[in-house]
Design a protein around this ligand. Structure first.
Ligand SMILES: Cc1cc2nc3c(=O)[nH]c(=O)nc-3n(C[C@H](O)[C@H](O)[C@H](O)COP(=O)(O)OP(=O)(O)OC[C@H]3O[C@@H](n4cnc5c(N)ncnc54)[C@H](O)[C@@H]3O)c2cc1C
Length: 424
């Protein structure tokens, strides 16, 4: 059997793999993208039915193609996003092979490059780019023991309210997924509890501009990685129903009972941390900090954007925040489903290379690994806050492709034979 050879192998054809392919093509680097399912599979099957992008169509896209059939201020649905990436890949004839899983990649012993086992044979390559994303394996804390009449699922498996057994629902996690799912459920007539941890919650629109625009002009998408050990704070935004600011008081007004972080469960009784008011206050502070920075930007730039003092007025804290639940008996509350909107972790188990630290995290600088020939894409804070977002990964891919091209040009250089001794 012959072994296929390629300069650069990209693993994964989500947005990261598609962007990577575009930039490798621009640099003239021969490459192949392997995708175990279909292009942008996560947007097709890894999201709930009603999911739309969190940023408007003019923003959540790559530079080379717009959502031409959509209002730029609208929020395209998940299937439209998947089609977008498919169209994008077609546009430059990206060499993507679907239905091929990479099982193992390891360094060659005596020659440069890597030997890669796939579900359809072996490939040799000089470089390998892991574009398998930051959202690989759902994280579900092992807090609530299994019990009859209770279903626990991760948000990746949530589809719609009709899928759940009758009864109340506890949603754990108040990032974009948790708040959007909780809101959809309460609107469908469910009794909903929402467990709220620390979060940022930028205004959807302020002074007529979307928060994506504000974060852009304020340079906040570009802030560099937080210091190691800084706690990750989730961001609560929503493009659902045309987009609106996530305001936890408003969620409570709609009937959702807010509770603090879920910390334990014993004999069917959940315990919540007493951090609810603090988490809400920190979210408010984050919201107000964006307003303050936006106002300062308007003043400094003499921009003609209408003032919006009412954006600073909050409703009174609801009873569930001023007098929060410390415990909740699952049976008494009639909870039949817990949805854990608690995030994801990465999976590089197929990469048998020396590119990870003791915690299994990639060792890299802007995606360029400490292990020669290994590259990463789509990592949180790979170069900046925007790195895992649609537009951000495109810019990171350009840097990674440039680095591959630079290495290639060193290796390809054939100069005159020279001695290290100086000649007279
Ligand atoms: C619920 C949710 C909503 C989001 N909404 C937005 C949003 O509105 N706007 C935004 O900018 N960002 C959003 N994001 C963040 C980010 O844009 C997406 O998670 C996006 O899917 C990440 O793209 P990716 O290419 O890095 O990874 P993925 O989309 O996960 O793609 C990785 C690909 O690699 C393939 N793969 C994995 N392992 C292998 C293997 N061994 N061999 C071959 N193929 C493999 C997978 O099948 C997959 O197709 C959202 C994230 C989540 C979880």
């Amino acid at each position: 059997m012959t072994t296929e050879k390629i300069d650069t192998l990209v693993v994964g054809a989500g947005q990261a793999g598609v962007a990577m392919s575009e930039h490798l093509s621009r640099n003239g680097i021969a490459h192949l993208v392997l995708e175990k399912d279909r292009i942008a599979e996560r947007w097709r099957t890894g999201r709930w039915d009603s999911l739309v992008v969190n940023g408007p169509a003019w923003h959540d896209r790559f530079p080379g193609l717009g959502f031409d059939d959509a209002d730029p201020e609208s929020f395209p649905a998940k299937d439209r996003v998947a089609r977008y990436f498919e169209q994008y890949a077609e546009k430059f004839e990206a060499p993507i092979r679907c239905g091929v899983e990479v099982l193992k990649a390891e360094r060659n012993r005596d020659t440069p490059g890597f030997i890669v086992e796939t579900s359809q044979g072996v490939i040799e390559c000089d470089n390998i780019v892991a574009a398998t994303g930051a959202f690989q394996i759902p994280v579900m804390p092992d807090l609530v023991p299994e019990r009859p009449g209770l279903t626990q699922m991760h948000s990746i498996d949530y589809r719609n309210p009709g899928q759940l057994a009758d009864g109340a629902v506890l949603v754990v996690g108040a990032g974009s997924s948790g708040v959007q799912i909780a809101e959809e459920l309460v609107r469908a007539g469910r009794r909903v509890y929402l467990s709220v941890g620390p979060h940022d919650r930028p205004p959807r629109v302020y002074r007529g501009r979307d928060y994506c625009w504000w974060l852009g002009v304020l340079g906040l998408w570009d802030i560099p990685a937080p210091r190691p050990g800084t706690e990750h704070v989730t961001i609560a935004v929503s493009g659902a129903d045309g987009g609106h600011t996530v305001d936890f008081r408003d969620l409570a007004r709609q009937g959702i009972t807010l509770v603090g972080r879920t910390t334990a469960c014993e004999d069917g009784v959940l315990t919540f941390s007493d951090d609810l008011a603090r988490n809400i206050a920190q979210g408010d502070a984050n919201y107000l900090s964006v307003l303050d920075a936006a106002d300062a930007w308007v003043a400094r730039n003499g921009a003609d954007l209408p003032e919006e003092p009412e954006a600073r007025i909050f409703a009174a804290d609801p009873e569930c925040v001023t007098n929060p639940l410390a415990f909740l008996d699952l049976a008494e509350a009639g909870i039949t489903t817990i949805i854990w909107a608690t995030g994801y972790r990465r999976d590089y188990s197929w990469m048998k290379v020396d590119a990870f630290d003791e915690k299994g995290e990639p060792r890299h600088q802007r995606g360029v690994s400490t292990e020669p020939g290994v590259y990463f894409l789509g990592l949180p804070w790979q170069s900046r806050r925007g790195s895992t977002f649609i537009w951000g990964v495109w810019h990171d891919a350009r840097h990674v492709a440039d680095q591959i091209a630079i290495q290639r040009s060193y290796r390809d250089y054939v100069g005159p034979a020279r001695s290290s001794r100086q000649t007279a």
